[in-house]
Design a protein around this ligand. Structure first.
Ligand SMILES: Cc1cc2nc3c(=O)[nH]c(=O)nc-3n(C[C@H](O)[C@H](O)[C@H](O)COP(=O)(O)O)c2cc1C
Length: 314
């Protein structure tokens, strides 16, 4: 894939203006992140594991020399001071989601040597992130899979945010095709942040039934809901509607994580998405998906997915 320089690639030092979304709960792995790095993008791992951050970084480092980032939740930072220090020292990017942009946190990230990114859902939050000293801001449209910070469609949010900021803006939400990528760049984005499309790859740790549901879904099959609230209350998220219906009809627990002595119940309405380590009613777990899911027809390698996003034929 030829490189595609933008303000984002200049800042990060990667070839493609692509950021993998950090995906918590075990679906986003160091292997997935490394594959994105190897394809020329910015691979991301999640600080919420399940593997300890030191282990995730070591695995990633064995697989790629590319720049990578670590995602944190703003509300969780106080629980993970050592992880934040480690990420700031080891990663190119520390990325925060869900919390008021905070100059002290940004200064801490910079002190360790990393760049600070903040994912936001409104123009007010974007300006606050830039004012707090962030090096880039991720504008998340309401189309996004997973937890959704705001209510504004991506195009409108980019139109509001880009003229107000002097730092690069990455666009997130519903991006699964080359046309979506071009639309984001047309609206002034310097990069795209992609979750669902890169989750539906052979390198992801999403459960096979989850992958099959993503491939089968149409664009209108997602819903913004608070249905999967256990473990994270009052936070809207976008999932496949089928999961909401299945969870409503399911018994409790709906599934198990692990096996033998190391088997843990996954309660109904848990915020945890199904990984390859889960068994039970997978379709009744939190099947996070963005609105672009209807244009995912196949589980492919990360390399092929990146070609779909950045190749010239799409
Ligand atoms: C399965 C899944 C898990 C996610 N987990 C996280 C997370 O742990 N941290 C985070 O910052 N964003 C998370 N997100 C949201 C992404 O950062 C991003 O906004 C979203 O994936 C963009 O929309 P798309 O999925 O349509 O590409 C998650 C998204 C998905 C689909």
């Amino acid at each position: 894939m030829p490189s595609l320089p933008t303000a984002f690639t200049d800042l990060v030092g990667c070839d493609l203006p692509l950021q993998l979304a950090p995906m918590g709960g075990g679906v986003g792995t160091p292997q997935l992140a490394a594959a994105v790095c190897e394809a020329g993008g910015l691979g991301m791992i999640s600080s919420v594991g399940p593997a300890p951050l030191t282990e995730q970084i070591a695995t990633l480092r064995d697989l790629t020399a590319g720049p990578f980032g670590v995602g944190f939740f703003g509300f969780d930072l106080a629980n993970r001071p050592a992880d934040l220090e480690l990420a700031a020292a080891e990663a190119r990017v520390v990325d925060i989601f869900w919390g008021t942009p905070d100059a002290a946190i940004v200064a801490q990230i910079h002190a360790g040597g990393a760049l600070a990114f903040w994912q936001v859902g409104s123009v007010e939050e974007a300006v606050a992130a830039a004012d707090a000293g962030c090096d880039a801001v991720v504008a998340q449209g309401v189309e996004a899979g997973g937890h959704v910070r705001g209510t504004t469609p991506l195009r409108l949010l980019l139109e509001q945010v880009v003229p107000r900021l002097s730092v690069p803006v990455a666009a997130a939400g519903g991006i699964t095709t080359g046309r979506h990528v071009r639309d984001a760049f047309d609206a002034g984005a310097s990069a795209v942040r992609v979750g669902t499309r890169l989750l539906a790859t052979t390198e992801s740790a999403a459960h096979p039934d989850y992958l099959a549901a993503l491939v089968a879904a149409e664009g209108a099959d997602t819903e913004l809901t608070v249905a999967f609230h256990v473990g994270w209350e009052d936070a809207p998220h976008r999932v496949l509607r089928s999961a909401i219906d299945a969870a409503a009809a399911a018994s409790d627990p709906v599934a198990w994580l692990g096996d033998g002595d190391q088997r843990f119940p996954v309660g109904r309405a848990s915020a945890m998405p199904p990984t390859t380590g889960c068994s039970g009613e997978i379709g009744a777990m939190a099947l996070y998906a963005g609105t672009g899911v209807g244009e995912i027809d196949e589980v492919v390698s990360v390399e092929a997915a990146v070609r779909l996003l950045f190749g010239t034929s799409q």
